[in-house]
Design a protein around this ligand. Sequence first.
Ligand SMILES: [Zn+2]
Length: 376
Amino acid sequence: MDKVKAFVFVDALGWRQIERYGFLEDILPHRRKIEMQFGYSCTAIPTILSGKRPSEHGHLSFYDYAPEKSPFKKMKLLAPFLRPASFWRRGRVRHQLSKLIKRIYGFTGYFQLYAVPLERLPLLDYCEKRDLFVPGGLAPVENLADVWTRQGKRFHISNWRLKEEDNFRIARDLLRNGALDRAFIYFAAFDALQHDNVGRDEILAPRMAEYAGTIRSLYFALKESGREFELTVFSDHGMTPLRGTLDAPAALEASGLVWGEDYASAIDSTMARFWWLKPGAKERVEAAFAKFSGRWLTREEMEYHGIWRDDKKFGDAIFLADPGIQFCPSDMGVKPLNGMHGFDPADEDSFASWLSTEPVPDTVRRVADYFSEMTR
Ligand SMILES: [Zn+2]
């Protein structure tokens, strides 16, 4: 009979955290420090679920400048109603509006407006319109559900809309009953906890102990099933403490350039991506950013990280902030977070982790390598 393989994905369980707090050394003795996929969770998740990189699956950041492809074109008609701007910037208003847009457009994926200026929306495309976890969720790229279905496995993949406790309980019971060949269990809440509390041992140590207890009970459920099994815990990235902020909107405003005429941008927490619309804009933005702690990515780096695309979907240029330095305000928020990820993958705080009952195959070095192991 086929071995049962259970994979537990704990968002933001970085190598640093594993080293600092220790984590299940006894039951998961085989462990490796893993290079994260450049980007955010919205980049890592499709990478984990497909083994492909952003250049192929097309997910780097939620919003891209794409006037032709924007699903929000009709929202231009709403422009007269988007006054006063301060009202539409309120968190609660945006949260409700996000829910409404998601419903109207029939998006099944995770959708949030964050702090994206509403008047720009008709020129932007959003990458996660579909639920990535279900069969066909990344089509035309095959995802985990597609492959496990094709392989004829009895499998369970967590529903990200449910609470962690519920996802855990469902998977544990199925595994204990021997009802599964494969399981992908997703714990998302540790990421938010770390964004708020990175470095606070008094908060993180007990929470890590709780996760360890939960995963240990999963291990015992697998034992009880009487079947041969492998249990692996992995993450997508670590968490870097806040060290400073960069005010991109102020620098861009001072440059005299006009968004949508001279250039377009998508400002994330750790990177600013640009599309050059008029000659000379590039040089002026570079001058405006010269004082910022960070650097423009080279084409070689983008190729190495799997984020280079000939169609420039992800921008003509990307400015990456130095580790710990957050763009604030950005299109993602108006306040800096205590911790952030999405910096240089080579930074020590960025590394992810792979912990297993089985020896780590030599081929598992980067987040994109998980998929072949899960589908082998
Ligand atoms: Zn996060």
